[in-house]
Design a protein. Structure first.
Length: 422
């Protein structure tokens, strides 16, 4: 039986596995390395985060993005975005050098078993571990507006469903959303000859500005320090002090997690959008129906109906919602027993342990506890070190002595007895 099973081989899963191995744990990690970047993002996309804020984490800090670029004749420069292809290749290099062998099979289910947990792989093999960490990324949590649910995959999809956009050449596509995913997807579509429009509820698009120079007069740095989430003390707090964020009242954390770093486009995609993409602001889709191979959309504005039009396909770049109910890998009894907050997001301890003893969570699903950094690669370093520390403590504690790890006042909506039932 392994000490730790890590489900997921993206930046968080690989970082956790690296720290676990460095701590002397017998660890096994499952999943296709960097699958989200390799399988769910079209060529031509770039990371929004700065290169120095896009490192996977190993205990000794030897396998950062800058080191990978240096070894491959590139340079990771501040203010110059890194392509998705480069980042995915970096993640594969990290997996080869900083992580025990990755089992590239996907996991179908995770359930409790005597002494720990059992995962069932896609080919039916059962593998057991004393503890398990779910680092499943964002794909299980895609959010598509309910008005589009009846259209079917041929007429509507999420922006994360596309490895490439070739199928939309010479088509008419409507992209819903006003954030980076919507704007960059629309730019790529326009540049390949697709007629594309962006439809957003907001009345204006927000654009991030070019980041200030890395070396600045000390007064400027003191007023607005660099951080992994952008300049400014507020962003610095979110990026660099997730443990402090967790100490905020639950209602405050929920509000910040939902609204901080809201939809905005990167500075380097602005001209591409404004020169080639139709933008319809202040409207949302109220009905969507398919007929004769096309989609008819009806929209509404603040006080009146908006334009109705036909399109070949709708792409919803509408983000992700990481609720406990969407952790479908978990055995239903385990999933239903997780303590959750008012937004139905799982509660976790200071060391990322869920209310089910021995089950640890990482990534987007912990953003309401540790803040906006958990929505980005930058949060992997904080997560990996503390989660592995929690695993080690849990291993010393043993299953018989496990305690409910969520602090008083967390606002749990599940009963204590139901949450810890084995």
């Amino acid at each position: 039986m392994y000490d730790l099973l890590v489900v997921g081989a993206g930046p968080y899963g690989l970082s956790i596995a690296s720290h676990a191995a460095g701590a002397g744990l017998d660890v096994r990690v499952f999943g296709r390395p960097m699958a989200s970047w390799r399988d769910h993002m079209p060529p031509g996309m770039f990371l929004k985060s700065e290169p120095w804020a896009s490192n996977l984490s190993d205990p000794r800090g030897r396998y950062g993005l800058a080191e990978y670029c240096k070894r491959n004749g590139m340079e990771a420069r501040h203010g110059e975005p890194i392509s998705v292809e480069t980042f995915a290749s970096y993640g594969l290099w990290f997996a080869q050098h900083a992580v025990p062998d990755v089992d590239q099979r996907m996991v179908d289910s995770v359930a409790a078993c005597p002494g720990g947990f059992e995962v069932i792989t896609e080919d039916g093999q059962a593998i057991r571990g004393r503890k398990v960490a779910l680092a499943v990324g964002v794909i299980p949590f895609v959010e598509i507006p309910s008005v589009l649910h009846g259209l079917g995959k041929q007429h509507a999809s999420h922006s994360s469903h596309h490895r490439n956009l070739d199928r939309f050449r010479d088509k008419d596509v409507t992209v819903i959303g006003g954030g980076q995913a919507a704007l960059e997807t629309a730019a790529l579509l326009a540049e390949q000859g697709t007629r594309v429009r962006v439809l957003a509820r907001s009345h204006r698009l927000n654009w991030n500005t070019v980041p200030p120079a890395w070396k600045r007069p000390w007064r400027e740095s003191a007023r607005a320090p660099h951080s992994g989430l952008g300049c400014g003390w507020r962003n610095w707090f979110y990026a660099e002090v997730p443990g402090g964020f967790r100490r905020l009242p639950e209602a405050t954390r929920a509000r910040i997690s939902a609204s901080a770093l809201g939809p905005a486009g990167a500075w380097w995609v602005r001209e591409r959008v404004e020169s080639g993409v139709e933008v319809l602001l202040g409207h949302e889709v109220v009905t969507a129906s398919a007929a004769a191979g096309r989609v008819r959309l009806a929209t509404v504005g603040d006080a009146s109906g908006g334009p109705d039009f036909e399109t070949d396909h709708v792409i919803a770049a509408t983000g992700f919602r990481a609720t406990g109910a969407r952790l479908e890998l978990l055995d239903p009894e385990m999933r239903g027993g997780l303590a959750v907050n008012a937004a139905d997001e799982p509660c976790v301890s200071a060391e990322f342990e869920s209310s089910y003893p021995g089950l640890f969570l990482a990534g987007l699903v912990t953003a309401s506890s540790f803040g906006p950094a958990m929505r980005f690669v930058h949060g992997a370093s904080y997560t990996a070190a503390r989660l592995v520390r929690g695993v080690r403590r849990s291993l010393r504690r043993g299953p018989a002595d496990s305690v409910f790890p969520v602090p008083v006042g967390e606002g749990n909506r599940r009963s204590l007895m139901g949450a810890v039932k084995r």
